[in-house]
Design a protein around this ligand. Structure first.
Ligand code: NAD
Ligand code: LMR
Length: 338
């Protein structure tokens, strides 16, 4: 089946071949769930990324319109749209990076785990497609609950015999983006100058900001620590409540997803010193998955950094985080194995 909407034409194909021949950096990226609240601004921002030569937009609805719209942007990436499961394989073939924001978002009163019943199956099906069509791609999982959907993806890849833990990353970048913003506010700094490691997972108490390791070095009162930790852990809920039934964070998430995808692509290109936080297969704790700072390279996650020195408040937070994470990971594994 031809893609339902594309910019196919001699000049576009020439441009694509020319990039490939000239060895210009140009990666092929697919967004699964590209017509959604995150998917649309994410697609727009990825179309603006000079590291992207081909952008595939896949969804079960509305990709013709989104693709037509985005394809008019005068940036380098060639955009193609794919609609419905019969076009999933074509959307995935040859991709270097696959970003997954497909699935339902929260409404007020729900936890991320309440999304499990719908999103687990969606992520499983999409990862089966990845196993078949682009088994060497780096995969960025955004769909919630990330603490369970990443273990589901790992099990699907294991079953297909293509699992490489270095290539599977749960996106926790929004927690870092929020932490940088809220900490900068308290310190009276420009958020671009602030870097807060956020470890653990991506739900409630599993989101553990390490305020003792903020760069530039600084200190907080007990009240500031309590306020910042709680605000960062509840940032998602803050947006869900403000949107009052119209979904969860989409714009800040698209920004965070692009920041993270760009880091993955710079790693693939061979740039040195690309370090971000992500939820990955890990031996940093006794749990099989954990978010920490990781170094990204040509093979994906090339180094996982230890937690570093924690203060008493953070050590207590770590114990709470691990307890909840263990159950969420186990739930994902059990779902994928059944
Ligand atoms: P949305 O409902 O606006 O968009 C989801 C899109 O997924 C829709 O276009 C829908 O058609 C599509 N979709 C559904 N089933 C699909 C399938 N089988 N294949 C392909 N596409 C499919 O939701 P949203 O606001 O974009 O949020 C998407 C997900 O991202 C939610 O699960 C949300 O909780 C999660 N999220 C995660 C983070 C994070 O930090 N990791 C942040 C925000 C949102
Ligand atoms: C977020 O942190 O904004 C997302 O995980 C969406 C949500 O449900 O809170």
């Amino acid at each position: 089946n031809p893609p339902i909407h594309s910019q196919e034409g001699t000049s576009v194909l020439m441009r694509e071949n020319c990039r490939a021949k000239g060895g210009l950096p140009g990666f092929k990226v697919a967004i699964l769930g590209a017509a959604g609240g995150i998917g649309q601004p994410l697609a727009m921002l990825m179309k603006m990324n000079p590291l992207v030569s081909v952008l595939h937009l896949y969804d079960v609805v509305n990709t013709p319109g989104v693709t037509s719209d985005i394809s008019h942007m005068d940036t380098g990436a060639v955009v193609r749209g794919f609609l419905g499961k019969e076009q999933l394989e074509e959307a995935l073939t040859g991709m270097d990076l696959v970003i997954i924001p497909a699935g339902v978002p929260r409404k007020p009163g729900m936890t991320r785990d309440d999304l499990f019943n719908i999103n687990a199956g969606i992520v499983k099906t999409l990862c089966e497609g990845i196993s078949k069509c682009c088994p060497k791609a780096i995969v960025n999982v955004i769909s919630n609950p990330v603490n369970s959907t990443v273990p589901i993806a790992a099990e699907v890849f294991k079953k297909a015999g293509i699992y490489d833990p270095r290539r599977l990353l749960g996106v926790t970048m929004l927690d870092v983006v929020r932490a940088n913003t809220f900490v900068a506010e308290v310190l009276g700094l420009d958020p671009r100058e602030v870097n807060v490691p956020v470890v653990g997972g991506h739900a409630g108490v599993t989101i553990l900001p390490l305020l003792s390791q903020v760069k530039p070095p600084c200190s907080f009162t007990a009240e500031e620590t309590e306020y910042l930790t709680s605000r960062i852990q509840n940032g998602g809920t803050e947006v869900v409540e403000a949107k009052a039934g119209a979904g969860s964070a989409t714009l800040s998430m698209a920004y965070a997803a692009v920041k993270f995808a760009d880091a993955c692509l710079r790693g693939l290109r061979g740039d040195a010193g690309v370090v971000e936080c992500a939820f990955v297969s890990s031996q940093v704790t006794e749990l099989p998955f954990f978010a920490t700072r990781v170094r990204l390279g040509r093979k994906g996650v090339e180094e996982i950094f230890p937690l570093g020195p924690l203060n008493e408040y953070e050590r207590a937070g770590l114990e709470k985080a691990k307890k909840e994470l263990a159950g969420s990971i186990e739930k994902g594994v059990a779902f994928a194995r059944k």
